[in-house]
Design a protein. Structure first.
Length: 216
């Protein structure tokens, strides 16, 4: 009994055998659609290079941002520094002209004035007729600088700044409990309500000479 001939499985007609024996497949074969290992490797290498370059650019941009923030922090710290003693404004007080100095420097500056009329701002020379007021926002910012130094700065600088801050606060506290802020130099002396008439033993108005009753 004759059997039908088996289908040919030679390498010349079977695409899979062509791949096995290294022969190129036909235009419509599987190998034409699938990328080779070399092509895949080239693709991965190209993608990796782009990714690495992007990462380097990201690191550079981040470093630029950090540098900008440091510069802004330095400028902010400069604005929180007393221009007289070049120390942080631990207890800042602003004058009526708007300039701000540390409490200790204002006390020393006012002390050296020969009289009330010669008291003026160290920078713009505006006469000082009103007691300086505390600058709370600046004091709060300085406290942040001190806290930052305690955590990040060179060992020793943080505790030293905190010590200076506490010492200055203690000076202000003692003045408040004693002679008053700025050692009482801005306190107005009470003006006499009248002139004492020694003959009659009464106070008289210095303007009209009438007797003063109940301070009027």
């Amino acid at each position: 009994m004759d059997h039908p001939p088996y289908p040919s499985t030679t390498a010349s007609t079977n695409p899979s055998m062509k791949r096995h024996f290294g022969e190129p497949a036909g235009p419509g074969g599987d190998a034409a659609a699938a990328p080779t290992r070399l092509e895949k490797k080239k693709s991965l290498t190209t993608k990796g290079s782009i990714g690495e370059g992007g990462g380097m650019r990201s690191v550079a941009a981040l470093q630029d941002t950090v540098n900008d923030l440091r510069a802004e922090l330095d400028r902010l710290r400069k604005n929180c520094t007393c221009v007289i003693c070049q120390e942080l404004l631990f207890e800042p007080y602003f004058l009526q002209c708007g300039h701000t100095y540390c409490y200790h420097c204002i006390v020393q500056w006012v002390k050296q004035a020969s009289n009330r009329k010669s008291r003026c701002c160290p920078e713009c020379r505006t006469p000082l007729t009103i007691q300086p007021a505390p600058a709370y926002p600046i004091r709060n910012m300085v406290d942040l600088f001190v806290h930052h130094a305690e955590i990040h700065s060179v060992p020793g600088s943080g505790p030293d700044l905190r010590k200076q801050q506490l010492e200055m606060a203690e000076v202000v506290k003692k003045h408040l409990q004693g002679p008053g802020l700025f050692e009482g130099m801005f306190l107005k002396k009470p003006t006499p309500v009248g002139v004492r008439d020694r003959d009659d033993g009464v106070l008289r108005c210095p303007s009209c000479a009438w007797e003063v009753h109940d301070g009027r």
